[in-house]
Design a protein around this ligand. Structure first.
Ligand code: NDP
Length: 611
């Protein structure tokens, strides 16, 4: 098939399917799922639902409140916090304290221990600081216990345990302008004064429940996947959930989490009902053991090179070599770089923006046809196969990669309950009602994800009170206000890591590492200049907000045509100033990382006031 014919001939003839028909089907599937309440549909885990946030993994340890001062407090002990604290320690900032709600380091990987949990970006890129710790992951995609252990190893490597406060939630952060210190109060009665604070709260950390009536009426057992109850299910991340052998189990949700735990639930439960509103796209995983010899021969700096190579490829760029060569790079190679390059060679000129867009759309349709075809190949029952097919473009939702999820639906003890886009109706004392039919179960597992698109402070669980007693919740009421996602005017010496007006990458730890290195540079400059405070000017902040707005338009049309989910603010893209991609720099991570590099090279600390 010639790409030129594809662009300028009759695509239906070239492709063997009619793209217009497919597009109409996608839009119809979206429309069926649109709902007025959008992101408001979910149930917040407060009051009677607060227990869904309890930590089932670490016994509560009593301790006396702490009242002291540190140079840098890092809020959050996940990858962001570990990278931040580690990079500072490397630069000789010794007085660093991590404050973490969980009973240990690890963040996402502390909380998400469900059976089958694993990273779905290649581990050699995903696990931070592999060279610093001289560690090579056991598999191409690591399982959760190994990632949790690696998180703890980073904490040990940098001596973070000694000074940290675990099982401790921040209750308030208040700037004292006379002392030039942040005063951090916690739920343990601590008062920690800190010159600098780095916020590494994590973007998807607060579990949410489906917005359905009756959850509290259920008399059986329930929990959220990010607080897995192994006391009830038995087994481990490797499965063997013996406690479920005589149980009828319901799982609500079919996102990336469900895709990983359903195979184990299917193997162990007497009967498993999987309640589906929208199917995920499930491509090939092909996990394998690491060939250690391959890594032993690599030159130092290999991890950064691999991360950069991956980042360029999954940001639509081109590289001579694809070092990762997996489902992610395959998608992007087809959707962007190489397809466009080939077409342009055939045409003898550069493609126009419209031609590139069309090519991407057609490649996307082809890719998703493959994904749907894979369902037909694996699933025995045609009606179940039909229900498991995703009808939307690849990046409307998080793409999933798994080789055991689909075959689970061929088991006689597993039932897919497809709700035709509507979701389950309600929970009763004895089970779930969906499509008007009751399903009696012993246990309901909520694989319904995490809060996205609610305010920063609601997700963090506390407010930040800056200069002149202004709260961050007030200051960000109409959306985040930062420069480079890192600093906000009126909140001196406070650095925001994560998804705050910054680059969003497929490989999240890559972006966190770039942010941590950047903050380290700023603090080194402050140290060199003997400055006590670092603050962004109001003008520089406004410039960044304007730049963010300008670039934000890039993705909005794409997401408007998507089936609802947290990527598009539940079907209302652009309507939520704190929605998932509202914090994403529209020109992409390559441009963003270059921008930070250039800012540092420039050496003027433009936009910051060091005092
Ligand atoms: P998601 O938000 O992706 O999925 C929630 C699921 O719950 C969706 O299938 C949603 O359906 C469904 N749902 C919500 N309400 C209802 C309802 N009323 N009735 C029926 N179904 C309902 O959460 P996940 O925990 O799966 O994943 C969150 C994110 O975490 C991922 O997108 C990914 O970024 C990350 N993750 C990463 C992993 C990794 O790297 N290894 C593994 C797991 C997660 P619908 O689609 O219709 O909204």
């Amino acid at each position: 098939m010639s790409l030129v014919d594809l662009l300028h001939g009759d695509p239906a003839e070239e492709l063997g399917f009619d793209p217009e028909e497919l597009k109409a089907r996608y839009l119809a599937e979206r429309d069926r799922r649109m709902r007025e309440d959008g992101n408001e549909q979910y149930t917040e885990i407060v009051e009677e639902f607060a227990r869904y946030d309890d930590d089932p993994y670490t016994e509560w340890i009593e301790r006396d409140p702490v009242n002291d001062e540190v140079q840098v407090a890092v809020i959050g002990g996940g990858f962001g916090g570990l990278l931040m604290a580690g990079r500072l320690k490397e630069a000789g900032f010794d007085d660093v304290r991590v404050i973490e709600k969980g009973g240990d380091f690890g963040g996402t990987w502390y909380w998400n221990r469900y059976p089958g949990a694993m990273c779905d970006v290649e581990s050699y890129c995903y696990l931070p600081m592999l060279e610093e710790l001289n560690y090579i992951p056991k598999h191409k995609y690591s399982f959760a216990p190994e990632i949790l252990e690696h998180s703890k190893a980073i904490a040990r490597h940098f001596g973070l345990y000694e000074n940290s406060l675990l099982q401790t939630s921040v209750a308030e952060m208040r700037w004292n302008d006379d002392a030039k210190r942040w005063i951090i109060s916690t739920d343990r009665g601590d008062t920690v004064r800190a010159q600098f604070v780095a916020m590494a709260n994590g973007p998807l950390s607060r579990p949410k429940l489906p917005g359905i009536p009756g959850i509290s009426d259920f008399k059986g057992h329930t929990f959220h996947t990010s607080r897995w109850d192994y006391d009830y299910t038995g087994g481990s991340n490797e499965g063997n959930l013996t406690g479920l052998a005589d149980k009828k189990v319901a799982v609500i949700g079919t996102g990336a989490t469900s895709v990983q735990c359903v195979p184990h639930l299917g193997k162990s439960a007497e009967h498993l009902y999987v309640f589906q509103r929208t199917p995920s796209s499930i491509d090939v995983r092909d996990n394998r053991e690491t060939d250690r010899a391959e890594f032993d021969k690599l030159e130092p700096g290999w991890q950064q090179r691999r991360m950069d190579n991956f980042n360029v490829l999954v940001s639509g760029g081109d590289q001579d070599e694809d070092l990762v060569a997996d489902g992610w790079t395959d998608i992007f190679r087809n959707l962007t770089g190489i397809a466009a390059k080939t077409a342009s060679r055939q045409l003898g000129r550069r493609l126009t923006g419209a031609e590139k867009g069309k090519l991407m759309e057609l490649s996307d349709y082809k890719k998703m046809n493959q994904v749907r075809h894979r369902v037909d190949e694996i699933i025995a029952d045609p009606a179940t196969a039909d229900a498991l097919k995703p009808w939307y473009r690849q990046f409307c939702k998080r793409p999933c990669f798994h080789d055991e999820y689909l075959p689970t639906f061929n088991r006689p003890n597993v039932t897919l309950v497809d709700t035709d886009g509507k979701g389950v109706d309600r929970v009763t004392e004895t089970g779930i009602v969906a499509n008007g039919e009751p399903y009696e179960v012993d246990c309901i597992i909520f694989a319904t994800g995490f809060e996205v698109g609610t305010s920063y402070t609601r997700r963090a669980g506390y407010d930040i009170i800056g200069r002149n007693s202004e709260t961050i919740s007030d200051r960000w009421v109409d959306g985040m206000r930062t420069m480079h996602g890192l600093y906000s005017h009126g909140f001196p010496n406070c650095f925001f890591l994560g998804f705050t007006q910054t680059a969003v990458t497929v490989n999240v730890p890559h972006a966190l590492n770039e942010q941590a290195k950047h903050v380290r540079y700023v603090l080194e400059q402050a140290r060199e200049q003997g400055a006590e405070t670092v603050e962004v000017t109001a003008e520089a902040e406004q410039d960044w907000i304007d730049e963010m707005k300008d670039k934000a338009k890039l993705g909005q049309r794409f997401y408007a045509e998507c089936t609802p989910g947290y990527y598009n603010n539940e079907g209302k893209p652009g309507e939520n100033p704190v929605g998932f991609f509202a914090g994403a720099y529209g020109a992409g991570p390559i441009r963003f990382f270059r921008l930070l590099d250039e800012w540092r090279e420039n050496g003027r600390l433009a936009g910051l006031v060091l005092d």
